[in-house]
Design a protein around this ligand. Structure first.
Ligand code: HEM
Length: 479
């Protein structure tokens, strides 16, 4: 029988999938995902361990140690088995450059990140590719220009100050919980433009459920008690809240990001649809919240463990004796900036970044077939002895211009990623981090709880303390 060529689906060429990704043609992208066989990676070293899980448990427990061990055994290229298939790790600045610069559109973000975000953070900027990504990013960037961040600072500063003033003096505080709560309140104000009042607890729970759903490998909504199903329900709860507010925000004044998104237009003067606003806001809350919580956890640990640096920073903030700071004021907090950078070097919140190869390519003497899933690691690069002196030592001065240790290779320091997808919120994050430390260090001395010998944390899915980070906050005399 002669096949009906009119209706029969043709296999997609590489050019077809790039075109589908460039125009965010979801049905075509999904077809490609379903029809693409897994690449053959038998010639790539590594990959031992348990059936199905490979070495996933070792990786989850101690990513840094695992990367070091695999690197010592195999060099900068090795594979790892996981329940979602094999993935190849490419380590070092050259690998970071290849993947993040992404010349010739060799790597896709969608095909790498979709497995994490599907049904929870759909249509987000990080998973857009090429022309489609460029167009969306240009529009969203308007909400992160200097004047916009000046507005965000005015909104966040009083919330941070009030939260810090309420810290009980002398008691041990589970700092991760404290920071998570405080940054959610700050996020509600800056991102949503509201205190979310009576709905706060419900919305927080819904948001936490969506985030937890991202780490569920199986993503089965029918299993109603699974983290994924709870996450999908959380998404519906927050969607209802956002949709209920959009009409009023289209014309209302407001410096918060939600109101800005309701009024942003594309090149043709078209406003974002309600679903687009929901998708972008939800993803920004996600992209901003855990990453900044993680950064402040590690910064506070580092300051508690290095009291001499804490005093340096306290002297710096004392030089600006004001209630609330402007962006110009924050620029004077130079050592505070190096300290945050050093915390991000040692404890990058996103320690691994995944991509999916759209073409075959060579790296480190190996040949990789089309459709190879790859991962690069900020964490590994941030400790490479050829770029960093005494990499395990907390030493913010390595970022001082006279030392400029971070400047030897453009891709050796990548806490915010790089290339087209470099973090959109990096200035926002710096402003929030400095403002927080300004208010905190003027009033409190931070110390380690007596029982705390070292920083206990893991790096997957994001870098977080595993013991809640027990620190003490003691009010300074006269404050
Ligand atoms: C210290 C805190 C933060 C860190 C370490 C961080 C890290 C990152 C990294 C590594 C990426 C790139 C991921 C990849 O290429 O696979 C990224 C992307 C992104 N981040 Fe951040 N982030 C932080 C804070 C924020 C904040 C506060 C916001 C929003 C206000 C934000 C919004 C975004 C967005 C929208 C993207 C996607 C950009 C794109 O695809 O074009 N991030 N972030």
């Amino acid at each position: 029988m002669i096949p009906d060529t009119e209706t029969q689906e043709q296999p997609q060429s590489q050019a077809d999938i790039v075109a589908a990704l460039s125009s965010y043609d979801l049905p075509e992208i999904r077809r490609f995902q379903q029809e693409t066989p897994a690449p053959v990676l038998s010639h790539i070293p590594g990959g031992g361990g348990l059936p199905f899980f490979g070495q996933m448990f070792a990786l989850l427990k101690d990513l840094h140690g695992w990367l070091d061990r695999e690197h010592a055994k195999h060099g900068p290229v090795f594979k790892q088995k996981s329940p979602i298939g094999e993935i190849v790790f490419l380590l070092g600045p050259e690998a970071n450059e290849l993947v993040l610069r992404n010349e010739d559109r060799m790597f896709s973000n969608f095909l790498a990140w979709d497995i994490t975000f599907r049904g929870l953070f759909d249509n987000n900027l990080l998973e857009r590719d090429f022309a489609d990504h460029k167009q969306k990013r240009r529009i969203l960037q308007a909400a992160f220009k200097r004047e916009a961040i000046e507005g965000h600072l005015e909104l966040m500063s009083p919330v941070l100050r009030a939260g810090i003033e309420a810290l009980p003096s002398g008691n041990t505080v589970r700092t991760k919980d404290f920071l998570k709560g405080l940054l959610l309140d700050t996020g509600a104000k800056v991102f949503l433009g509201t205190e979310i009042g009576a709905d706060a607890a419900k919305l927080n729970r819904a948001f936490e459920a969506i985030v937890a759903g991202t780490t569920d490998f199986f993503k089965r909504e029918a299993i109603w008690f699974s983290p994924y199903a709870k996450g999908v329900r959380g998404n519906r709860t927050i969607s209802e809240f956002i949709f209920g507010e959009i009409e009023a925000r289209r014309t209302a004044p407001g410096r918060d990001i939600f109101t800005q998104f309701c009024q942003l237009t594309d090149d043709d003067g078209r406003l974002f649809s309600p679903a687009e606003i929901r998708d972008h806001i939800l993803f920004l809350l996600f992209a901003a919240h855990d990453t900044t919580t993680s950064t402040l956890c590690s910064t506070l640990y580092a300051l508690a463990a290095n009291p001499e640096w804490q005093e340096e920073l306290r002297a710096e903030v004392a030089g600006l004796d004001k209630e609330d700071l402007t962006l110009d004021d924050l620029e004077q907090l130079v050592k505070t900036g190096w300290t945050i950078k050093e915390a991000l070097r040692m404890y990058p919140p996103l320690a691994i970044m995944p991509r999916h190869a759209l073409v075959e390519f060579e790296f480190g003497g190996h040949h990789f077939p089309q459709n190879t899933p790859v991962a690069i690691s900020s964490l590994f690069t941030h400790y490479m002895a050829q770029y960093w002196s005494e990499p395990t030592r907390f030493d913010p001065l390595r970022f001082a211009p006279e030392r400029g240790e971070d400047k030897q290779n453009f891709y050796q320091y990548i806490p915010f990623g790089g290339g087209a997808h470099k973090c959109l919120g990096l200035h926002f994050a710096e402003v929030q981090g400095k403002t927080f430390l300004y208010h905190l260090l003027r009033q409190y001395r931070v110390g380690r709880d007596d029982g705390m010998a070292r920083y206990r944390y893991n790096n997957v899915p994001l870098t977080f303390p595993t013991d809640g980070l027990p620190l003490t906050f003691t009010r300074l005399a006269g404050r």
